[in-house]
Design a protein around this ligand. Structure first.
Ligand SMILES: *Cc1c(COP(=O)(O)O)cnc(C)c1O
Length: 340
């Protein structure tokens, strides 16, 4: 697999740690739990988008782009990391925020990633929920081109074949760490949304003949839809890497039982997961992605999906800024009574 053939900028400090979770493993009495700390990777507050952006911005610079454009939900981690990454390579950015979650607390519209976006200093435009955001992206690109810019458009979540290469790298990293630690990994579990993370992980595991199974826990789409979306991108990524034969479709496995009321809508399982990992291991999950995925992992362990002695790796994809947007849910009773 020749990843060095693709233009890439350096935005990450890798490898990220692969750590054992001793207290949680003891508490649950099931399989051994490990965590891949991709929340510590990259620009701004870090997370999985930084890995994708190394290849996306590499391509942007190779094409002579003068302006970065992307889109995401109001509290998009992808958007804040894209602005930070564009700043690092010296390019201005325009971002479109979709109001995908309605009637949320004011923190949702003003704090968390929205605060970061403003500090980082992009041009921010908003759009109502439910419209075709990738079409909006194209329109903004045309507007910038008419003004003499050379815009580089990054799809939602940075999820195209170029972005997914960042997670092929992460899969290779996990395999190398497992070999070095003499750790037999039985399953990798992570949150899946715009599909680039899972597509890259699965292509990495299959393309290197490691065949470590990957389970994506959906935060938005139903199972069949999400599996089809991931497979489509995985096939494109497989082709981009010129891997031999056909991508093995069956390697894409999604569980969509933990979405709850919808994307970005809190669930009791998410609250339990965020508190449990914080209180037993001192690690912060996020309310939109990793909290729901970890809730799924906890539930599957309680259902005895894995035996004691098996080794499960949860990929922590970041998103910690989202905690500050969900204060009213995570801490409904403020610690100080003082009026602010
Ligand atoms: C975007 C994101 C994901 C999902 O990754 P995709 O590549 O979009 O499927 C998971 N966790 C966090 C924190 C994210 O921001």
């Amino acid at each position: 697999m020749n990843l060095s053939a693709f233009p890439r900028v350096c935005l990450t400090r890798t490898p990220t740690p692969l750590e054992f979770l001793p207290n949680l493993t003891r508490h649950l009495g099931g399989p051994n739990l490990y965590i891949k700390r991709d929340d510590t990777v990259g620009v701004a507050l870090g997370g999985n988008k930084s890995r994708k952006l190394e290849f996306l911005l590499g391509e942007a610079l190779a094409q002579g782009a003068t302006h970065i454009v992307t889109q995401g939900a109001t509290q998009s981690n992808h958007v804040s990391q894209t602005i930070a990454a564009a700043n690092r390579v010296g390019l201005p950015s325009t971002v479109l925020l979709e109001e995908r979650v309605s009637n949320a607390h004011s923190d949702y519209y003003q704090n968390g990633n929205v605060l970061l976006d403003q500090i980082l200093g992009a041009t921010i435009e908003t759009r109502p929920g439910g419209i075709d955001m990738n079409q909006e992206l194209v329109s903004v690109g045309e507007r910038l081109r008419a003004a003499g810019e050379r815009p580089y458009l990054i799809p939602g979540g940075g999820s195209n074949a170029v972005g997914a290469l960042g997670y092929v790298v992460s899969a290779n990293e996990i395999v190398a760490q497992a070999n070095a630690q003499q750790l037999r990994i039985d399953h990798v579990v992570h949150a899946t949304g715009s599909t680039g993370t899972q597509a890259g992980l699965v292509v990495g595991m299959e393309g290197s003949n490691s065949h470590i199974p990957v389970l994506g826990i959906s935060v938005r789409a139903a199972r069949e839809q999400q599996e089809e979306n991931v497979r489509k991108l995985a096939r494109q990524t497989w082709e981009l890497l010129r891997l031999r034969g056909d991508f093995p479709d069956a390697a894409v496995q999604v569980d969509a039982d933990y979405v709850g009321g919808g994307y970005g809508i809190p669930t009791d399982g998410m609250l339990e997961a965020v508190q449990m990992l914080a209180r037993l291991e001192g690690i912060l999950l996020d309310p939109v992605y990793t909290g729901k995925a970890f809730a799924g992992l906890l539930d599957l362990i309680r259902q005895r999906r894995w035996k004691a002695g098996e080794n499960i790796v949860f990929v922590h994809t970041g998103g910690v800024a989202g905690l500050f947007a969900y204060r009213s849910v995570l801490a409904p009773t403020p610690a100080f009574a003082r009026k602010i």
